[in-house]
Ligand binder design. Structure first.
Ligand SMILES: Nc1ncnc2c1ncn2[C@@H]1O[C@H](COP(=O)(O)OP(=O)(O)OP(=O)(O)O)[C@@H](O)[C@H]1O
Ligand SMILES: [Mg+2]
Length: 660
């Protein structure tokens, strides 16, 4: 935002309509050029040029602006400044640090305040990573700066720059304005500082797009297990008023395993942003123990700020995210709420008297949404590393009606859709994500990760859990008509197990110190325990054990509470709980013969088959067979274990063939 020089074109305001201003004498301007409007120099962008007449959208409050006042060009498009000093800061929609604005203008923010976007007074300890004489291209790491204790900021050669490093600064402390390197190339000589500008509406280039095969682990069980999102993926959280969009976004921002978080508060009430401002500085990263703010950038554009800046805040946020991606980080962007941005588009479009499309939104609404979500992705960076930007947008359909345009268009561009349910929310069942209406297209892409990293075939667990939920969903319709008591015990067992799954697993309290986030291992163990209860319970009920005796089991109460009792680093407590569950079942119901699979010991027959298998096959061959038979956790098993698990399946199928 350099001060306008004398040769910059100057137009004259002819018409003011809220955030939209028209001016004459605008022939010297470019489309989307950043301009200063009026005596106070309010920041705006040229959005239409027709002959001598230009239209500008203004990112600050325009009251008091009068015809005749100047519109001054900058010669540049709306940009952000990229460099150290972004993390743990709060910016407005056009990247002005709120703290600096406050210092410059007092608590009541004055308009047209010109504050530097990156702090000029800070000195950063630079460590070069390249020597002079090296050939460089855009995206390479020139040197590093420890931006916060959590994050190393990699100073990148800007995209498009190529040549020989004629000069590099030696290790030492510098401000973002000092010259750090000189590159000589075909374009001549170019000096580089630690900061670079980038046009917000333009994507930063990458070498290659990669498939989204690593999950973004969020710590929210319903998401991670049933509706996963990948690093570099996209998700929408649509939900009516008060259904938990903001709390869900906050949860993701707090606990997801991205390296960097960009949180865009877009047009929501100020107090929701205050929640972030007061909460975040106190939160600690569960993996490092450091304050979460050290990896977070907040962009605040609340409902009392000018509507036009909502659009800028979205672009600013995603550009900052791409910049950290290019350093080789996994970044997650939260935007709350994209509906407020769409409403701003509608308002501006209305003032421009454009032809409206559905419900008054401009016809280009879909394109804008698509352009935003398309900036997500997992990529090979110009520097050759790997990074990603995941985007999670909240959508607030008026009246919770998902058929409105913003929800419908968003649905086309995201691959995970977490639909919030009014009924669940009013029953205080949080997160109020309705599994039946929601979906994720990332199940297949992240399966391999769970299998190799977690050693767990999550697919099988998910199938069982979903089957249980689906069966329960059908039964609930009957229950509503005739009551649970009239169901046969076997179906009541399904209802009992499904309730345990819903209340003990899917429901997760954002304000419970233990339950607020769950690491993958805890999630899986919990699910295994619940399904084990379901499996054993069914066998017993089939053997004629009355359902009420199962319902009164002590260990069932423990299963219900394990989410807020078992800490993430005490997962072995669940194994112990499972032991006690089986013992309690056996004590309560001393059946003569427990069916195979109900005892911990493999049957003698299984051991024999395992011996046979071991003798004739290599581990690779066993693994292949295990893969065909879909044995959970196969990739981390030893040869012995693989043989034993294979033998079990074989013993099972032989028994079926032989019959009882
Ligand atoms: N995961 C959760 N755990 C516990 N409580 C929750 C959870 N999610 C939401 N809530 C409760 O629901 C309330 C409303 O949630 P939230 O403010 O996130 O809704 P919203 O959809 O963002 O609403 P609005 O449409 O007003 O923006 C919260 O104040 C909180 O009490
Ligand atoms: Mg909200």
């Amino acid at each position: 935002m350099a001060a306008a020089k004398a040769e910059k074109p100057v137009g004259r305001i002819s018409w003011v309509n809220g955030p939209v201003v028209r001016a004459r004498q605008m022939t010297g301007f470019r489309m989307l050029e950043m301009v200063k409007v009026g005596e106070e120099g309010l920041i705006g962008e040229v959005i239409e040029l027709r002959g001598d007449l230009g239209t500008v959208q203004v990112y600050e409050e325009t009251s008091g602006l009068r015809p005749g006042e100047p519109v001054t060009g900058s010669g540049a498009l709306l940009t952000v400044e990229l460099g150290p000093g972004l993390l743990s800061r709060i910016f407005d929609g056009i990247q002005r640090p709120l703290e600096a604005i406050r210092l410059a203008s007092g608590t009541f923010i004055r308009r047209g305040v010109d504050v530097p976007r990156l702090d000029r007074s800070l000195r950063w300890n630079f460590e070069p990573r390249l020597k002079s004489g090296a050939r460089v291209t855009g995206g390479e790491v020139l040197g590093v700066v420890q931006e916060t204790p959590l994050v190393e900021h990699r100073i990148l050669v800007p995209p498009g720059v190529r040549g020989e490093l004629a000069e590099v600064a030696s290790a030492g402390s510098y401000t973002v304005d000092e010259r750090m390197a000189v590159v000589t190339g075909e374009q001549g000589e170019r000096s580089l500082t630690m900061c670079q500008e980038w046009v917000v509406r333009r994507r930063r280039p990458v070498l290659e797009r990669l498939p989204p095969s690593i999950p973004l682990v969020t710590g929210q069980r319903v998401v991670d297990i049933f509706l996963p999102i990948a690093k570099g993926g996209t998700a929408a959280i649509p939900g009516g008023f008060g259904t938990g969009k903001t709390v869900t976004q906050h949860n993701l921002a707090k606990w997801c395993d991205a390296d960097i978080i960009v949180y865009i508060g877009c047009g929501e009430r100020g107090n929701e942003m205050t929640g972030v401002l007061t909460d975040f500085p106190e939160l600690k990263d569960p993996r490092t123990g450091h304050p979460l703010m050290e990896r977070t950038i907040l962009i605040a554009n609340t409902s009392n700020m000018p509507v036009a800046a909502r659009e800028a805040s979205i672009y600013t946020g995603v550009t900052l995210a791409e910049y950290y991606r290019d350093m080789g980080y996994h970044v997650a962007v939260m935007a709350d709420s994209t509906s407020r941005w769409a409403e701003a588009l509608r308002e501006i479009s209305g003032r421009l008297e454009e032809m409206p499309a559905e419900e008054g939104f401009p016809a280009y609404l879909a394109t804008r949404l698509a352009e935003f979500y398309e900036r997500a992705g997992r990529v090979k960076t110009l520097g050759g590393g790997e990074g990603s930007v995941a985007i999670v947008g909240a959508v607030s359909p008026p009246g919770g009606d998902f058929s409105e345009p913003v929800t419908q268009h968003t649905r086309r561009f995201v691959r995970a859709f977490w639909s919030l349910d009014k009924e669940l929310a009013s029953a205080r069942f949080f997160p109020s994500i309705n599994i039946i209406d929601s979906y994720s297209e990332y199940h297949g892409s992240v399966a391999e990760w769970w299998d190799t990293a977690g050693g767990i075939d999550l697919g099988e667990l998910k199938r069982q859990a979903l089957a249980l939920l689906r069966e329960d969903y059908k039964l609930q319709q009957i229950v509503r008509l005739i009551g649970e008591d009239s169901l046969p015990d076997e179906q009541r067992m399904t209802v009992l197990a499904a309730r345990l799954l819903k209340e003990g697993f899917l429901q997760q309290n954002a304000f419970d110190p233990i339950d607020m986030y769950a690491l993958p291992l805890k999630q899986v163990r919990m699910l295994q325990a619940i399904l084990r209860f379901s499996e054993l319970g069914r066998v017993l009920v089939r053997r004629g054990i009355p359902i009420y005796r199962l319902r009164d089991m002590e260990t069932l109460t423990e299963l219900r509470r394990m989410k807020s009792v078992v800490a993430n680093d005490r997962v072995e407590m669940i194994d112990d709980l499972l032991d006690r569950l089986e013992r309690e079942m056996k004590r309560l119901f001393p059946l003569e013969e427990w069916e195979p699979g109900l005892t911990a010991e493999p049957a003698a027959k299984t051991a024999e088959i395992a011996e046979e298998l071991m003798a004739g096959h290599t581990r690779d061959e066993l693994y292949e067979t295990a893969r065909e038979r879909n044995i959970p956790g196969r990739s981390t098993m030893s040869k012995e274990e693989l043989a034993r698990r294979l033998a079990e399946t074989e013993a099972g199928s032989r028994e079926e063939e032989e019959g009882p």
